[in-house]
Ligand binder design. Structure first.
Ligand code: A3P
Length: 289
């Protein structure tokens, strides 16, 4: 395995993630009842949902999103910096957190808490395309120049945070729980207002129509792309090669059609069918959006 990665119980993580901390995170990190946690598989719209939630929290006002880096607004449970921010947070009110962890590595304390999780899914075909491009930008990842190679690794689950299918099946096992909300990237693109309503209802937050308008405007792709607190442009060169692109790449659904060959598309459809037959296909509405 590349030195860019560490293996924790069969799954690859960037080597900046210490295995001891991943263990601590699962076994000892204390999730609090009023925590609001974003959980996603990488490249599924994590930063977008964080921006939306930050803006909902501020009733559409953009002061917080324009002044505080996104990783400080919603610290990562599985990174040491994130843990430090979360464990030392002194203000009252809900703690916001983010994680890409597969369910088996998530803090055990969550499973007997009332903390709320918002789980965002995206068409895996667009996820792998986004990951392919991002692997050239984020220096914590091994760059893959060849899309076919990336698709093969993704299909085998040989990528950071493990297999997409396992991640989705694991987390969707919680779908009947009141403190678990599922959203999709494609539905957010298709009808942001409806989804902001859904999120507000889930969080018990009431926003006026004009406040929702502000959330929609300030979380749009074009505004986020220019917000240096959200577009990762302030990360140093040893973490991101800004000359290779940006995390705010295209922000569309269906870009996979520009990357997959017909044969790759058919093979992936078969894999999807094989892995997801047990689940109601209405959970995956990307083809309808
Ligand atoms: P693309 O690479 O397909 O453009 P994550 O935050 O989980 O790393 O996901 C990154 C993906 O979300 C990127 O997809 C990025 O462009 C997209 N994204 C980020 N903000 C968005 C927004 N406001 N609207 C639509 N897509 C957004």
């Amino acid at each position: 395995m590349s030195s860019k990665y560490v293996n924790f119980e069969g799954i690859k993580f960037p080597s900046v993630y210490n295995v001891e901390w991943l263990k601590f995170c699962r076994d000892e990190f204390v999730v609090k009842n009023d925590d609001v946690i974003v959980v996603t598989y990488p490249k599924s719209g994590t930063n977008w949902i964080i921006e939306i939630l930050s803006l909902i929290h501020c009733k559409g006002d953009n002061t917080w999103v324009q002044s505080t880096p996104i990783w400080e607004r919603f610290p990562w449970i599985e990174t040491e910096t994130g843990r430090h921010l979360l464990c030392t947070k002194e203000e009252n009110g809900p703690r916001f957190c983010t994680s890409h962890l597969p369910i088996q590595f998530f803090p055990k304390s969550y499973f007997h808490s009332k903390a709320k999780i918002i789980y965002v899914m995206r068409n895996p075909r667009d996820v792998v395309v986004s990951l392919y491009h991002f692997s050239k930008v984020l220096k914590l990842l091994e760059p893959t120049d060849n899309f076919s190679k990336m698709l093969e690794m993704f299909s085998q689950g040989n990528v950071i945070y493990g297999c997409w299918f396992d991640h989705i099946c694991g987390w969707l096992s919680l779908r009947e729980n009141d403190n678990f909300l599922i959203l999709t990237y494609e539905e957010l693109l298709h009808d942001m207002r409806r989804n902001v309503d859904k999120i507000c209802h889930f969080l018990g937050t009431k926003l006026k129509e004009e406040e929702i308008d502000l959330v929609i405007k300030n979380a749009s792709f074009s505004v986020m792309k220019d917000n240096k607190m959200s577009n990762h442009s302030i990360l140093p060169d040893y973490i991101m090669d800004h000359s290779q692109g940006s995390i705010m790449r295209k922000g569309i659904s269906g870009d996979w059609k520009n990357h997959f060959t017909v044969a790759q598309s058919e093979a992936f459809d078969n894999l999807f069918q094989e892995r997801m037959t047990e689940l109601d296909q209405r959970l995956f509405p990307w083809d309808q959006c």
